[in-house]
Design a protein around this ligand. Structure first.
Ligand SMILES: Nc1ncnc2c1ncn2[C@@H]1O[C@H](COP(=O)(O)OP(=O)(O)OP(=O)(O)O)[C@@H](O)[C@H]1O
Ligand SMILES: [Mg+2]
Length: 454
């Protein structure tokens, strides 16, 4: 038997992935569903007698997409489909069940089933409870691989849990072990990966470009950082995350700290001659006393790396009632001396925004791709419901890395404020209107942005 199938590079990655849980996720039209059907086919032929389940949330979606693709793709002489039981059988004894879970309870129809591989198409349409229940059905006495392979666009009811399970913990295309010991991988899919669609329907991209911002970002760019209330809407992995490189010795280097017993975060940041800041290392750990924190920070700073300043928020400089000492003093006793930054939250967040915005010549901030905590937490911060110019302090665990970055941003913006103070500009009427409409903090920011008025 000779079947002529061509797959895209990303589909090949998906086909070759051996992790227990695989997510193929991103732009609409990236070739995810097609990739699933080719992969299911290869699995069925490679492992005679194997059992697979392919799921969509509703039957109508299943029928229109996967079943149709399957029927068009799989040769009739080796594959037959029973349209009342929605089961496909191969000559070698392998089978594929096509299923759906419209309601939470639909999962129980698979209560006594066993599968070698379960595939979810449009995973973000499912709830985490459905997913977790169904993956318990992946088991069997044979020696075939046991996998859960999913594909999806960002968005949908399950956006948050899918992002947390697959996208946030590790850079794309990098295998990692989840807290539960499961091996996972996330393979991003972009529209440009799918040359078949780009050739067959060259105007498809234009139609996606015409969508409203949030949908466009999800469906055209496969951007996972979209949800209501996001504070740093400017954040975009493509622009702000970069591949690591060796930082030249001559660049000025800072460390920025956020410290509490619940979590220590230290960011190492280097400033290039063009003024761009690069977060080139991060260290995050919970429940570390000050001595151990100082040691960990020192150990992770090579002796040849000269740190210009280690920035810490003012609360580390307040005296403890019990010891009469400040935390900063104890850090200093352990070899890490701090420079105090400001705790003016709103000015600090605005300073980060200023670094994220591209005003021509690229963005002012780049983060090395292995700094996963900062990359995860910065876009996850939400707007505070009572003070919209501030970030919410909940969930607390995502605030530490951005707080450390805020310390740097506010410190870094300051000298430029002084420089700008001598540069006076003639303000337009619009600028003056913005200024008069702003509160005191935003007035300060506008002066920083526009320069002092003439
Ligand atoms: N390897 C391939 N060979 C031929 N055609 C392909 C291939 N991969 C994808 N296509 C075609 O490209 C189009 C989009 O692919 P597919 O439906 O798999 O994308 P998708 O990522 O699932 O999109 P959506 O997000 O809209 O569900 C389909 O018409 C599909 O048949
Ligand atoms: Mg699809």
């Amino acid at each position: 038997m000779n079947i002529d199938l061509t797959v895209t590079k990303k589909q090949k990655l998906f086909l070759d992935a051996t992790e227990s849980e695989v997510l193929f996720g991103g732009a609409a039209g990236g070739g995810k569903s097609y990739g699933q059907m080719v992969d299911a086919f290869v699995f069925a032929l490679k492992y005679p007698g194997s059992k697979q389940l392919i799921l969509r949330r509703t039957f109508a979606e299943l029928d229109k997409s996967l079943i149709r693709t399957g029927l068009a793709l799989y040769p009739r002489d080796i594959f037959s489909f029973n349209s009342s039981s929605h089961t496909g059988k191969f000559k070698n004894g392998s089978c594929i069940d096509f299923g759906y879970c419209a309601t939470e309870n639909d999962v129980y129809q698979y209560q006594s089933a066993e599968y070698d591989c379960i595939r979810f198409d449009e995973l973000t349409h499912f709830t985490e409870a459905q997913y977790v229940y169904l993956i318990s059905r992946v088991r069997g006495a044979n020696s075939y691989p046991k996998q859960i392979k999913s594909s999806t666009n960002p968005g949908g009811v399950g956006h948050g849990w899918v992002k947390a399970r697959f996208v946030d913990p590790s850079p794309p295309k990098t295998r990692f072990i989840g807290d539960d010991g499961m091996e996972r991988i996330f393979i991003p899919s972009l529209l440009d990966d799918n040359s078949f669609l780009m050739k067959g329907d060259p105007r498809y991209k234009e139609r996606l470009l015409a969508l409203p911002d949030r949908e466009r970002r999800a469906l055209l760019y496969g951007d996972w950082n979209i949800f209501d209330g996001q504070y740093f809407t400017e954040f975009n992995v493509n622009e702000h995350v970069c591949a690591p490189f060796e930082i030249p010795r001559s660049w000025r280097k800072y460390r920025a700290i956020d410290y509490g017993l619940d979590r220590l975060v230290c960011l190492w940041i280097a400033v290039a001659p063009d003024g761009k800041a690069y977060v080139y290392r991060e260290y995050c750990e919970s429940n570390l006393p000050i001595g151990d924190s100082a040691k960990a920070i020192t150990e992770r700073t090579p002796a040849c790396e000269e740190i210009y300043a280690t920035l810490a928020p003012p609360d580390l400089f307040s005296r403890s009632q019990e010891t009469g000492k400040t935390k900063a003093a104890i850090f200093a006793e352990h070899g890490v001396t701090f420079t105090k930054t400001s705790n003016d939250r709103e000015t600090g967040w605005l300073a980060i925004k200023e670094l994220l915005i591209d005003r021509g010549g690229g963005t002012g901030l780049k983060i090395f791709s292995f700094c996963t905590e900062l990359i995860k937490c910065l876009p996850a911060l939400t707007v505070d419901k009572l003070r919209p110019s501030d970030c919410s302090t909940e969930p607390h665990e995502i605030t530490h890395a951005p707080d450390a970055l805020r310390g740097f941003a506010i410190f870094y913006a300051r000298p430029r404020e002084e420089e700008k103070a001598v540069v006076r500009t003639r303000w337009s009427r619009d600028m003056w209107e913005d200024y008069y409409a702003a509160d005191e903090k935003d007035k300060k920011y506008l002066k920083l942005k526009y320069g002092e008025p003439l």
